[in-house]
Design a protein around this ligand. Structure first.
Ligand SMILES: [Mg+2]
Length: 123
């Protein structure tokens, strides 16, 4: 079974992403920072499952989004990673791409907008 991994230190954002993606019908796992996400990714793999997509915040304690993408790309080259950015973090998009991000979504997002982008990546 495939999962979507939602990585954000804000529980409100994690819940709103989960809500926006209800229609996708793929189980969602939440992580609160990059390190937590790497552990959850390993747990999912160890259970014989896989990750279809990561949706990742930039600013997080313990391990930020750019560091997460760099570490994640060492163990997984192809699973898409969508970055959640704010208007004031436009410079992070370039850093995210260089680290191996596949796309980005600007917060605050409309549920339908997020769903549209996610559907492109999991097809
Ligand atoms: Mg954050």
């Amino acid at each position: 079974m495939k999962h979507i991994l939602v990585i954000d230190d804000s529980p409100t954002i994690r819940i709103s992403v989960e809500y926006a993606l209800k229609k996708v019908n793929i189980p969602i796992r939440q992580a609160e920072n990059g390190q937590d996400a790497l552990q959850k990714f390993r747990d999912i793999k160890a259970a014989g499952d896989d990750v279809a997509l990561c949706i990742c915040d930039i600013n997080m304690p313990v391990m930020d989004g750019i560091s997460f993408i760099r570490e994640f790309r060492k163990i997984d080259k192809f699973t898409p990673v969508l970055v959640l950015t704010t208007e004031s973090e436009q410079d992070k998009i370039k850093a995210g791409k260089e680290a191996g991000a596949s796309g980005w979504i600007v917060k605050p997002f409309q549920p339908a907008e997020l769903l549209g982008v996610v559907e492109k990546f999991i097809r």
